[in-house]
Design a protein around this ligand. Structure first.
Ligand code: HEM
Ligand SMILES: N[C@@H](CC(=O)c1ccccc1NC=O)C(=O)O
Length: 362
């Protein structure tokens, strides 16, 4: 590091003149200052600053994930930064409580001045969605329309270009697909696993038959058939491809099998970091979804069934987006395919050795 030659001063370093001079209240401009508009502006600005930090972490993670040979040190950095990402998410989810100290009536003191601005013009929020892997085809019709009609030309062009770039979900798929986990010479892992799965489903069926009768029995057995079919897709590529085409899954078949393998044998030393990576991504999705739900509840409290300043139906629109805009759905699907540890095929010593560390020597 080069020696510091000029005295660094707190407010210059943080450019506080710009930061603290950027709270211009619309209500004041209109000659009717509304006390709570300051809270509204500061809360949104704090969100945008944290979005900036989240994007900083995400871009750096994606620069590392894009490497065709990802070594364990890079993986450790990725996991560390994604962990930080989730801690920030928890913090900003809690910020909603602060804004909720504004009463719905006090909001009305300045709300009309904001039309037609709205949160869906937050480019950083959309950028996070897109980079993480939210596809345009997945968005609700209304979300898709507003995306194009409510943004200015520069923002729209920026986000459209971003949609053409690689996403974290694509990178995850490529990384999982190239892991050499599925090829063990002389060890038919998936054959063993398939038998284990069969035994588990047969045992589930026996329990259902013992416990239920009549219509309940029929509907429980139907549900179980659905689960059997989902297992079938794991072993039958054309079935799997059909689910992909229908949009029920988005991870490629190889990637799904690797992710499953990591989850099944997450105690193996070599899988510690890959397992943490998959877990962090699920947590990111959960925390995003939790924010969306909190936001919907706040919107209901503030607006009842009024339409939004941006022209959407308000809380109904946001509730629909909450379920549509899930990010790593397939990682949750893995839980369908988990078997208890005792039912798993025992890995041959040769494979176990490859998956272990040998700090204590061989
Ligand atoms: C009084 C508090 C708030 C109310 C009543 C509110 C209301 C709304 C409404 C009604 C929408 C739908 C678009 C529209 O028609 O206007 C929306 C979208 C959105 N708001 Fe808020 N909002 C509030 C606070 C916040 C805060 C603090 C943030 C943080 C950045 C935020 C971020 C967003 C985002 C990102 C969207 C787009 C979501 C999507 O399209 O899926 N909102 N908000
Ligand atoms: N859409 C909100 C207004 C609102 O919350 C808002 C307005 C301008 C800039 C950001 C906003 N925050 C989130 O949507 C409403 O309909 O009341």
């Amino acid at each position: 590091m080069r020696k510091n030659t000029h005295a660094c001063y707190y407010s210059d370093y943080l450019q506080l003149d710009k930061l603290l001079g950027a709270q211009a209240m619309e209500s004041e401009k209109h000659g009717h200052p509304a006390h709570d508009e300051m809270l509204f502006i500061v809360t949104h600005q704090a969100y945008e600053l944290w979005f900036k930090q989240l994007l900083h972490e995400l871009r750096s993670v994606m620069a590392l994930m894009g490497d065709p040979v990802l070594d364990d040190r890079a993986l450790a950095t990725i996991v560390h930064r994604l962990k930080r990402f989730t801690v920030i998410q928890k913090l900003i989810n809690e910020q909603i409580s602060v804004l909720e100290t504004m009463s719905p009536q006090d909001f009305l003191e300045f709300r009309d001045y904001l039309v037609p601005a709205s949160g869906f013009q937050s480019v950083q929020f959309k950028e996070l969605e897109i980079r993480l892997g939210l596809r345009r085809s997945q968005r609700t019709e209304a979300d898709r329309q507003f995306f194009y009609s409510r943004l200015n030309e520069a923002d729209r062009t920026y986000l459209l270009a971003l949609e053409q770039q690689e996403t974290l979900t694509c990178q995850l798929d490529r990384w999982l697909s190239r892991l050499p986990l599925l090829k063990f010479e002389g060890f038919a892992f998936w054959e063993h696993y398939r038998r284990g799965a069969q035994d588990m489903l047969d045992s589930d069926e026996a329990i259902i038959r013992q416990t239920f009768e009549g219509d309940s029995l029929t509907s429980q057995l139907d549900e179980l058939d659905g689960t059997r079919a989902r297992f079938q897709a794991l072993f039958d590529d054309s079935h799997y491809q059909r689910l992909l085409a229908e949009g029920q899954l988005s991870l490629s078949h190889d990637a799904m099998m690797s992710a499953l393998f990591i989850n099944l044998y997450r105690d193996e030393p070599l899988f510690q970091l890959p397992f943490q990576l998959l877990t962090s991504l699920m947590e990111i999705d959960e925390l995003f979804t939790a924010w969306r739900y909190r936001h919907v509840l706040m919107v209901q409290r503030m607006l009842g069934s009024k339409i939004g300043t941006g022209g959407s139906s308000g809380s109904d629109y946001l509730r629909r987006n909450t379920e549509a805009n899930r990010l790593f759905r397939d990682l949750y699907a893995i839980s369908t395919y988990l078997l208890p540890k005792h039912a798993l095929p025992v890995l041959p010593d040769k494979v176990k050795k490859r998956l272990g560390f040998s700090l204590g020597g061989d």
